[in-house]
Design a protein around this ligand. Structure first.
Ligand code: PGA
Length: 255
């Protein structure tokens, strides 16, 4: 019922030349295949145009890792959602844990950014997830609930077509440690119940919830086979064509 989404978050890796190489290799792997789901890569801003040349609609899409909460004006260093759309993007990641941590971004800013993403006609991928200390203290579900309640009800234009969630336990990001299938399914099921409460049962049923955190070809199939996991947000393993293609193949097998 829900198409899977396998999304690569390149983070601060791959300039225009290297990004174009990876996009071309991916496109060659995917060309002519009728995939059951969607494949997205999110390069650094300056790499987006080079990647967009290879990612024009299915099967490969291009997105951004962040955007401004403003449309235009005197905001040095910022890039608007409308500009990203013009550059070929279909999706924008918002609220990644690295931005929560290093840029100290807050719920109010996430709401403003997602509203700009939606106003530009793009899909937002909203990231959330607990820290290791919060999980150890038995507070993982409370933290996730607060993160979802702090943003979703305040969005002006959210619907099941323009929003994707990405549950990313912070202790699993870039650590090589992956959530067990039990933890992933429990957190995704809890997330979907919270979405049902906030945005309605039908939206919750159709909304895609991705798993992120050391997802790789070797563990993707068991994660994607879980009933409430609709794909993945992939960091490290999205930077090499064999690794990323292996994750897409896993989704094709189990979804
Ligand atoms: P990782 O990153 O796959 O390298 O753990 C995931 C993410 O931060 O989106």
């Amino acid at each position: 019922m829900r198409r899977y989404l396998v999304a690569g978050n390149w983070k601060l890796n791959l300039g225009p030349a290297a990004g174009a190489n990876l996009a071309a290799a991916l496109q060659a792997r995917l060309a002519g295949r009728a995939l059951k789901g969607d494949v997205l890569v999110c390069p650094p801003y300056v790499t987006i145009p080079a990647v967009a040349a290879f990612a024009q609609g299915a099967p490969l899409l291009v997105g951004a890792q962040d955007c401004s909460d403003q449309d235009q004006g005197a905001y040095t260093g910022q890039v608007s959602a409308a500009m990203l759309k013009e550059a070929g993007c279909t999706h924008v990641i918002v609220a990644h844990s690295e931005r929560r941590q290093y840029q100290r971004e807050t719920d109010a800013l996430f709401v403003a950014k997602i509203d700009r993403v939606h106003a530009a006609g793009l899909t937002a991928i909203f990231c959330y997830g607990e820290l290791l200390a919060e999980r150890r203290a038995g507070r993982a579900e409370d933290v996730v609930e607060a993160q979802l309640r702090g943003v979703l009800p305040r969005l002006a234009h959210a619907d099941r077509g323009n929003l994707v969630l990405a549950y990313e336990p912070v202790w699993a990001i870039g650590t090589g440690e992956t959530a067990t299938p039990e933890i992933a399914q429990q957190m995704h099921r809890t997330s979907r119940a919270i979405v049902a409460d906030l945005l309605g049962a039908e939206t919750a049923r159709q909304l895609r919830i991705l798993y992120g955190g050391s997802c790789k070809a070797a563990n993707a199939a068991e994660l994607f086979a879980l009933p409430d996991v609709d794909g993945g947000l992939i960091g490290g393993a999205s930077l090499k064509v064999d690794d990323f293609a292996g994750i897409i193949d896993a989704a094709e097998r189990v979804k």
